[in-house]
Design a protein around this ligand. Sequence first.
Ligand code: PRX
Length: 652
Amino acid sequence: MSKNIESHLVEERTFQPPAEFSKEARVKSLAAYRKKYAASIADPAAFWGAEAAELSWQKPWDTVLEWKPPFAKWFVGGKLNVSENCLDRHLTGARRNKAAIIWEGEPGEKRTLTYQQLHREVCRFANVLKANGVKTKDRVIIYMPLVPEAAIAMLACARLGAVHSVVFGGFSSESIRDRAEDCEATVVVTADGGYRRGKVVPLKENVDAALAAGADSIKRVIVLKRTGSPVTMQPGRDVYWHDEIEKVSAVSPAKGFDSEHPLFILYTSGSTGKPKGILHTSGGYLTGTYSTSKYIFDLRDSDVYWCTADVGWITGHSYLVYGPLSNGATVLMYEGAPDWPEKDRFWKIIEEYHVTILYTAPTAIRAFIKWGDQHVKKHDLSSLRLLGSVGEPINPEAWMWYHKVIGGERCPIVDTWWQTETGAIMISPLPGATPTKPGTATLPFFGIDAAILDETGKECGPNEGGKLVIRQPWPSMLRSIWGDKARYKDTYWKEYAGGIYLAGDGARRDKEGNFWIVGRLDDVLNVSGHRLGTAEVEGALVSHETVAEAAVVGRPDEIKGQAVVAFVTLKSGYAASEALNKELKGHVAKIIGAIARPDDIRFTAALPKTRSGKIMRRLLKEICAGGVVKGDTTTLEDFSVVASLQQSGNED
Ligand code: PRX
């Protein structure tokens, strides 16, 4: 294995920060990064305290950190209002009339909200929530399409000190019910529908079904009219956003809340079937998202910053709402699919709004590659100056395509590693300062003591695979799993003693200290006693000219423990064949080693994915094991994909 890692290294290419970018960047060189990083690790309280001091506090904190592993309190004694930091503090100068949100709906409507306008809408909606019984610390479910009102609802909760729990609009009614029950929410904010690929997603109907089946704590449903689709309004329970907003004033004082006041709960999948309610609090979370947005996206007043994530995911929380707005940035928000009505929708948007920063996911990038460069070439993307990637390891081929075709070879790419639990970006290049390299998230952010440990807790040597951990607390870390402290301790803090956070990812560091994320440890296979990252095999497969996308899972094998099964989608113009099957197996064996040679290759038209673009490996494993697909599959992008994979059997 290590020999193969070495051979990968020979081919690695380093991209130095463009000189003209470094002139304006906040950190200008690798040496400057290293100096600042070393100081931040030696004295994290000094670094984070200085970052937090750039925010508006109604009462200063007494102590930066109180750490009783695994429970952290940041900026203890301090009071702030998160929505004030995202809105009010930008109203005293020129930013008041600057666009906060530029929005485009899937059918093509356009709206712009200045900071002043956004502030007014948030204040009004905070008063609507209040009038509908929402009190400090009450939980509010937000189940919305990607419209400005989704962000308005989040910020209105923050203004009141209520706790939002956004449920992604692609989730099922059961998911809404489970989450509402778990956090005992009292109010749901939703819409009559949202648009996705020209169809209306029946959000209100899903809420009705959820409430018919349980979630008795919900007393009020506030419905935004988005699509005009008919909905049933239950008297005494359901009210319209537009009716309620007319009844209230636009004055809503931003009360200061304790730094550790809960801000939101966001549910994410764990190793069991029950999603975990990840709890984030106010001062620390805002400091983390503010600081990383500032340094990593290098936000300037001239930027139009587009994060393509939905607010239903942590990326939509941290880098569509709280991080950029606390920086006073202009955020672009697009409701719909990238291939609607044509496969050039993203490029059209970038050209029209002169987007300068694009933050998206590798899965999207690979789809674009598959669709072909002709869709990109129709548009002028010269406004772009910085690109970002998040959510999974980006394969070097996709990175290079992003760099060349989208970034015109001039935009640094920030490959950002982080998690729902970490709240903010943890490992990423710093544009203008640190070099980038296809496939690696490179170096930790200031104050983040990331390391890779072996089974015994010893730090791994260069290119030795191990478990990714964070050895010091950081402000935007999760505080607990809602209602389940035991699970919080077990999942993240049990593996190693002494307050070391277990990320659940496998990784290695190269000789320069760059972090290479292999993938979730639960996706690491054990083949004949050898550890094998599924992401590694996938990377090898997609490096073949015929392959658009690949997903690799293990299936039980009598001899080897686990056999490697690869699901492969081909680029347009290539057809599945016995010869190609053989060739791909040989290709993987050549790139990684015989151990990684797939036992089966199954060609498929598409891979089953969640709406956020994550390949559902659990499903693939079940298909491989011949089992019937069980559990909640409502996050699938396309059910027919599962059905056809099940029918096709092993084509090997
Ligand atoms: O495995 C890592 C992968 O996504 C996981 C976190 O998923 P989630 O909580 O849904 O948050 C996604 C958005 C932050 C991680 O444990 N991951 C995320 N970013 C990267 C990544 N893997 C490799 N490189 C990344 N840049």
